[in-house]
Design a binder for this molecule. Structure first.
Ligand SMILES: [Zn+2]
Length: 53
């Protein structure tokens, strides 16, 4: 049973776990990830770690 991309519903083996400004934590295929990232809808998960700088 594959996991589906939250936006397009495509089943992928490797979905990217993503923090979306409107949808929360979702899984996206690479295509949707680039589109949402281009629209600046994604929050970088690494940004939550402020202790390492
Ligand atoms: Zn997708």
């Amino acid at each position: 049973m594959g996991i589906k991309c939250t936006i397009c519903g495509k089943e992928e083996d490797s979905l990217l776990r993503t923090n979306h400004k409107e949808l929360g934590t979702i899984k996206l295929c690479v295509d949707c990830w680039s589109k949402e990232n281009y629209k600046k809808k994604l929050l970088n998960l690494e940004d939550f770690c402020g202790c390492c700088r």
